[in-house]
Design a protein around this ligand. Structure first.
Ligand code: ATP
Ligand code: LTN
Length: 354
């Protein structure tokens, strides 16, 4: 009888556990940004703002991908400074190490290890088709390294190590996430289920999906284009100057028309994302007004949006001990999850256990 009770207890404990993991297991999210330049309004509206919201419902892992940053030449001191500032800015934007795992990619060596294995399951032809590689190899024609070429394999390792379900990124990263899914599917097919198949999770910055450059509204705002971008840490004066100079058109009417008025449409999108007002409301507010009123008003909205972030990040960057404890603890937690996946992969491909 004693045995039976024990068995029943075991069974119900097992069922309970399974129940918990089936019903309550949160989906896993992974994303990262390279410390290749100052974070911009584009990084915030297109990525980090969503990451913050996702922390409540998902099991999130957010990374500072410094190993990706060295695919193009970096000044070592700048890279180090920017990685730390980026962490301070992540925290200031509302990423919370008690809710999510926050870490620096180079602190978790499993990324490089899995990347090697995955590169043996990735076709040369697949990598040759990547749009970002084509663009970046044009921009850095004198330094087209094999790291720049295999960048998407390292990104696939980032994602697959954490058995990620969803990858919140901007539209420009969709192709990389799809390649990651193909690699995972191929690996699972050759062996047996090893990786969760991830999906890109692309949220729209209002109607735009992308924040465009203030200097050339046909290009996305990017941290490697200092002319057209607003940085998270820009002072109110600098932000206002950049918006006053923003490229618009020769009409004087504030109207959303992405085809014919890309500059004004971008500013309306930014205004709407910064204030939480819809595009229709925004157009009503500025109906009949010229650009001389419109552009500074967008600047003011962005200044108010970024003010608390800038102030908090400036405070945090001085607290090196705190930042250190956040990235150390993050690497420890990330490493544990990553090693579990890597062990599985090593076993499947036929490596002898250490
Ligand atoms: P780089 O100029 O070094 O390529 P970047 O400024 O384009 O950098 P990334 O580090 O490539 O930024 O992007 C970080 C994340 O933010 C990605 O998910 C990307 O899709 C998103 N993102 C970057 N810029 C924008 C933007 N202008 N609008 C919307 N999302 C963006
Ligand atoms: N390639 C991305 C940065 C990046 C990333 C990732 C994003 C590296 N690894 C994993 C999501 C998941 C970029 O350039 N924005």
């Amino acid at each position: 009888r004693g045995k039976l009770i024990k068995l029943n207890r075991l069974r119900s404990a097992g069922a309970g556990q399974r129940g918990v993991s089936m019903e309550n297991k949160k989906k896993r999210i992974f994303s990262g940004i390279q410390p290749s330049g100052e974070l911009t309004l584009g990084s915030y509206m297109g990525a980090i703002k969503n990451w913050v919201a996702l922390q409540e419902e998902y099991d999130c892992v957010y990374c500072i991908v410094d190993m990706h940053a060295i695919t193009v030449r970096q000044v070592p001191g700048d890279l180090r400074r920017r990685a730390l500032e980026q962490l301070a800015q992540y925290l200031a934007c509302g990423l919370d190490p008690r809710k999510s795992i926050l870490f620096i990619q180079s602190h978790v060596p499993q990324h490089a290890e899995l990347s090697w294995v995955l590169s043996c399951y990735t076709q040369f032809g697949e990598l040759s088709r990547m749009t970002q590689f084509k663009q970046k190899s044009q921009q850095h024609a004198d330094n087209i390294t094999s790291g720049l070429f295999t960048y998407p394999v390292l990104m696939a390792a980032d994602i697959l190590l954490y058995q990620t379900d969803l990858v919140p990124v901007g539209e420009d990263q969709r192709q990389h996430v799809e390649l990651c899914r193909d690699i995972a599917q191929r690996f699972n097919g050759v062996y047996s289920d090893t990786f969760v198949l991830p999906e890109a999770f692309i949220q729209r910055v209002d109607q735009g999906a992308r924040v465009m450059s203030l200097g050339n509204p046909l290009n996305k705002m990017s941290k490697s284009d200092p002319e057209g971008c607003v940085n998270l840490m820009d002072s109110p004066e600098v932000i206002q100057r950049k918006f006053k100079r923003a490229v618009t058109d020769s009409e004087t009417c504030v109207r959303y028309d992405k085809e014919n008025k890309p500059g004004v449409s971008n500013l309306l999108t930014i205004y709407s994302a910064a204030t939480g007002k819809s595009l229709e409301e925004a157009q009503e507010i500025f109906a009949g007004q010229g650009y001389g009123v419109f552009k500074p008003a967008v600047g003011d909205a962005v200044i108010e949006l970024l003010r608390p972030i800038r102030e908090e990040a400036a405070r945090l960057i001085k607290d090196k001990a705190h930042l250190e404890s956040v990235y150390r603890e993050g690497a420890r937690r990330a490493g544990r999850v990553a090693q579990r996946t890597l062990d599985k992969v090593h076993r499947k491909v036929g490596f002898i256990a250490r």
